[in-house]
Design a protein around this ligand. Structure first.
Ligand code: SF4
Ligand code: SF4
Length: 260
C-alpha cells in the first residue's frame, strides 16, 4: 500500500516582527511531531528549502502594508488549500495599524533618514481584508499550544478548539484577584479573547489586549468603567489603540475617544 502523502505546510511572512513564526520554532518538545506530520515545504525563517506549491496549509504572519503585499497574498491564496492567519498583525493589522489613524507621511518623516525610499500604503490591514481566510489565530504573539491545535485540526479536517470567551474567564480560572475590582487598575480583560494564559493579570497588572476583541465585546461598558476609574478620554482611546487597534470593535471604540 502506498504511504500516505504528508500535507505540505508553508509559512509566509508579511509586515511583522517574526514573533509568531518563532512560536512554531518555539514548540521544542512538539517540533519533531510536527515535522513528522507535515512536509515543511516553505518556511524561510527555518529552512532555505523552497518546495513549490500547491500547499495544503499556509500559515500567514504579518499585515498588508504595501502594494506588493496585496499582489503576493492573492498568489498565496491561489496556491493554498487552507490559509490560517497567525497573530495580531495578520488578523487585525497589528501595532503598525496605528498609522491608519494618522498621516502616514508624518510617521515616515519622523522615523526614516531617507523618507523618499519608503513606498507604503497609508494603512496596515488584516489578511482577511484582502482574501478569504480559513481560520484566524489571535495573539501578539500567538500561543504555541493554540497553534499546534489549529495545525492538528487543519490536517485532520476538524474544527479547531480555540476559545472565544474573554480573558476574564482565563484569569478567574487561574485564581487571580481581579486588579480592576480590588485595586482600580484598568484592565481590558472583559473585552479581550482569552489565550495568553493570563500573563498580565497573573502578575497583578491589567490586560493590554494582545489577543484582540472577544466575541461580542461590550467595549462601551468597559470604557465607561475606565472613565469612572479616572482615565481621561485620550487614555481610554489609547488603551484600544495598541496591538489590535484596527480590529473592528477596538477601532470603533478608539474612534469615539480619539480627540487629537
Ligand atoms: S502579532 Fe505580535 S508577535 Fe506576531 S508578528 Fe505581529 S508583532 Fe510580532
Ligand atoms: S484582572 Fe482583568 S482579566 Fe482578570 S478578572 Fe479582572 S478584569 Fe478580568
Amino acid at each position: 500500500m502506498a504511504a500516505r502523502r504528508k500535507p505540505k505546510l508553508a509559512v509566509w511572512k508579511f509586515s511583522s516582527c517574526d514573533g509568531c513564526q518563532l512560536s512554531l520554532l518555539d514548540c521544542e518538545d512538539e517540533l519533531l511531531a510536527v515535522v513528522g506530520a507535515v512536509e515543511i515545504a516553505f518556511f524561510l525563517e527555518a529552512t532555505r528549502v523552497e518546495i513549490k506549491g500547491p500547499y495544503d496549509v499556509s500559515l500567514v504572519e504579518g499585515s498588508i502594508t504595501t502594494h506588493h503585499d496585496v499582489e503576493r497574498i492573492k498568489k498565496i491564496r491561489k496556491q493554498s488549500k487552507a490559509i490560517i492567519t497567525i497573530g495580531a498583525c495578520a488578523t487585525s493589522g497589528g501595532i503598525q495599524a496605528i498609522k491608519n489613524f494618522r498621516d502616514v507621511g508624518g510617521f515616515i518623516d519622523a522615523v526614516y533618514a531617507r523618507p523618499d525610499y519608503i513606498d507604503t500604503l497609508s494603512t496596515s490591514t488584516a489578511i482577511e481584508d484582502h482574501i478569504p481566510v480559513d481560520f484566524q489565530l489571535r495573539g501578539c504573539p500567538i500561543n504555541k499550544y493554540q497553534l499546534l491545535e489549529v495545525l492538528n485540526a487543519s490536517i485532520n479536517g476538524r474544527r479547531p478548539n480555540i476559545p472565544s470567551y474573554s480573558e476574564c474567564v482565563e484569569c478567574k480560572r487561574a485564581g487571580n484577584v481581579c486588579v480592576m475590582v480590588a485595586k482600580g487598575t484598568p484592565c481590558l480583560g472583559p473585552v479581550v479573547q482569552a489565550g495568553c494564559g493570563g500573563l498580565c493579570p497573573n502578575h497583578d497588572r491589567g490586560c493590554y489586549g494582545c489577543f484582540g476583541p472577544k466575541e461580542l465585546p461590550n467595549t462601551a461598558s468597559l470604557a465607561a468603567r475606565m472613565a469612572e476609574l479616572g482615565m481621561s478620554g485620550t487614555d481610554i482611546g489609547l488603551a484600544f489603540r495598541s496591538f489590535n487597534a484596527n480590529a473592528e470593535a477596538f477601532r470603533k471604540e478608539g474612534d469615539i475617544h480619539d480627540r487629537r
